[in-house]
Design a protein around this ligand. Sequence first.
Ligand code: GLY
Length: 376
Amino acid sequence: MDVVIVGGGVIGLATAWQSLARGLRVTVVDPEPAGKASRVAAGMLTPVSELTYGEEPLLRLGLASRDRYPSFVAELEEISGRDTGYRGDGTLQVALDSDDLAVLGELRRFQESLGIATEALTGRECRKREPMLAPSVRGGLFAPDDGSIDPRRLSAALLAAVDRLGGTLVRDRAAEVLTEDGRATGVRLAGGDSLHAGQVVLAAGPWSHDLKGLPPDALPPVRPVKGQILRLRGTTPFLSRCVRGLVRGSSVYLVPRADGELVVGATQEEMGFDTTVTAGGLWELLRDARELLPGITELAFAEVSAGLRPGSPDNAPILGPSAVPGLLLATGHFRNGVLLTPVTADAMAEVLVTGDLPEVARPFSPGRFAEPAGAA
Ligand code: GLY
């Protein structure tokens, strides 16, 4: 085997697919492929709408990945024969009160300072685009190139593509990274077997931090950040596109699917590995969603779930070779795992084949967290 990838979420599977496409022999190890954050995520592709102050390098990576999505999806849908629910028809951000509107005004100035054009809309113009919005919505911003995808369909397509190209899927947990003379040579599975490979990729989200066999400085500094999310269902789409709302300072997003599903997300909680769905979490989501879209109370309740985002110290992913030769990292994607899937898969396949991390991914290499030499 050339590569063992620990973690079969969208990041691990897309890395596997792109590496197989470049001729590598790949095994993915996961006890429950596509069963964690990839199953829970809403699938917003919104680097512009979710732009955060101080995260300009992440914006550039997000824009590169968003703009790679159309060709990535076209290739994936062709090879897998499956639809991914991708749409690139824009995201509407709306503000409920005048303070929320002032926040959007500031955000627009920040976007413009970075050369990104968004369209400012009055409340009436927002409702013209999305008639279900409450009369109290004061105004909004339209980001024409942001979009969304259905992560469950994306995962299914990636699994099919990996299978189609001859990748191996091992349904077990990787317990330990094996090393020889300081170089990663494979993994030992919880079931007792070992898998040997020339290179090992850790793409196990927040669980990437918990593998045995590695020196502490080689483990990615990731932690779980819980998100609770709700799925409602109607007979037709409730919204024509993704809506992100500010409701008296609190954020909520709503992602419609063609089949009538409406995803409402998400809480952000530092609770360790806890994935309990709480009454309070659900109430917050429903309260804010109902303020923006009073008609959602007519929809059927479909599902509620909680997942764990892999948070990193600077909210950006950790990509490329680690301090241990032969061990590479692809984790720490925090709130942007689905958005950053194409750019991560391309970058990881490139570094696995050539040894060089592409320019766009270099600011995100693990070395940025290393202690300076001589530091206490
Ligand atoms: N990107 C949305 C979230 O993490 O909730």
